[in-house]
Design a binder for this molecule. Structure first.
Ligand SMILES: [Zn+2]
Ligand SMILES: [Zn+2]
Length: 340
């Protein structure tokens, strides 16, 4: 079968690899769609702290169970599924106390083990989530980033805190976070980006979308008589957006950081102190965030974030298009032909 393999810095190629037999409590899944994620950029650039070549990419996907050996679940061949891609150690402090998603040595399929950007993937049944039979496989492939957004929003207390919510970054995670915040009751959600194409896409979702920097600051200030946003979701993970987040939030407001900084970045701790800001990190998701993402997906109309699809044989062109950023939101590889 063909798999999208990272073979060394800036080398991503379709490669023929063998599929091993499935063991007890494992399933073989035929992949319909598998997306690129911002963190895949670091892998292919050769700067991801853990990923080592050769490696099959892909941790956000949908597929159909082809074969399965299980006594612990009622999953069966033909079921449409996605997977919870985290591999937690099970014995560090947070694993023992109910937060394995923040495991001290967290590992993921697609970074530490072969992922799902391939015609087939073999996974433990414990990682699988059944998707509703009528769900588009393209939407199914976006459940994982949607779960990131659900988890980020769960780190804030929307009902009590959120009159004005500012989301920095209108890429997949920022857009999904804005949609989930709105669905969870935020009264006013404003979102910003530096790319006009992303602002346009956000507007198609009915979001109030403006340029990053002065424009979102002015909008938030005018909406709040100069107080600032009750909640800020930082969904970029770059020095500029990290600097911006402390200026946008009101005194005693909350910042949830979802953007993954590629290296340590300066935070304005003077603002954090003067304004008594709560800054919360939000990493990946819990299993129940996945469940909620599956429930929410169809009502949010998230099919629209999939802007490009490519066959697996064109994985390098797909990656280059994704990396270029402009006019692109979610890019999916369709390893077994076209799906809708
Ligand atoms: Zn991801
Ligand atoms: Zn652990």
């Amino acid at each position: 079968m063909l798999a999208a393999r990272y073979l060394g810095p800036n080398r991503l190629e379709p490669v023929d690899v063998a599929i091993g037999p499935i063991g007890e409590e494992e399933a073989l899944i035929r992949i319909h769609a598998c997306g690129f994620c911002g963190s895949d950029l670091g892998v292919v650039a050769g700067i991801h702290p853990r990923a080592k070549a050769p490696l099959t990419l892909g941790h956000e996907f949908s597929g159909t169970i082809e074969k399965i050996r299980t006594r612990t679940t009622n999953l069966k061949p033909g079921d449409l599924v996605t997977a919870y891609p985290l591999i937690s150690c099970g014995h560090c402090y947070v694993c023992r106390t109910g937060d394995p998603h923040a495991c001290r040595t967290l590992r993921l399929y697609g970074f530490d083990e072969d992922g799902a950007m391939a015609q087939y993937v073999r996974l433990p049944v414990s990682s699988l989530f059944r998707l509703p039979a009528g769900m588009s496989p393209l939407v199914g492939a976006v459940i994982e980033p949607l779960a990131v957004a659900v988890h980020g929003v769960s780190c804030a207390e929307i009902e009590s805190e959120a009159r004005v919510v500012a989301v920095i970054g209108a890429g997949p995670i920022g857009l999904l976070t804005a949609l989930v915040a709105r669905a969870r009751g935020a009264r006013r959600v404003v979102i910003s980006d530096i790319l006009p194409s992303r602002i346009q896409l956000a507007k198609q979702f009915g979001l109030e979308a403006v340029n990053a920097g002065a424009e979102i600051k002015d909008l938030v200030d005018s909406e709040t008589s100069g107080d600032g946003a009750d909640l800020v979701f930082e969904c970029v993970g770059a020095p500029d957006s990290i600097r911006e987040m402390t200026g946008l939030v009101r005194s005693r407001g909350k910042i949830v950081n979802l953007g993954v900084c590629k290296k340590p970045v300066k935070v304005d701790m003077q603002a954090v102190n003067f304004k008594e800001i709560t800054v919360v990190g939000s990493r990946v998701y819990r299993r129940n965030d996945f469940e909620q993402a599956i429930e929410l997906a169809d009502s949010l109309g998230i099919r629209k974030i999939v802007t490009h699809t490519f066959p697996l044989t064109e994985v390098k062109a797909a990656f280059d298009r994704f990396q270029q950023g402009n006019e692109v939101c979610k890019v999916l590889i369709l390893p077994n032909g076209i799906v809708e």
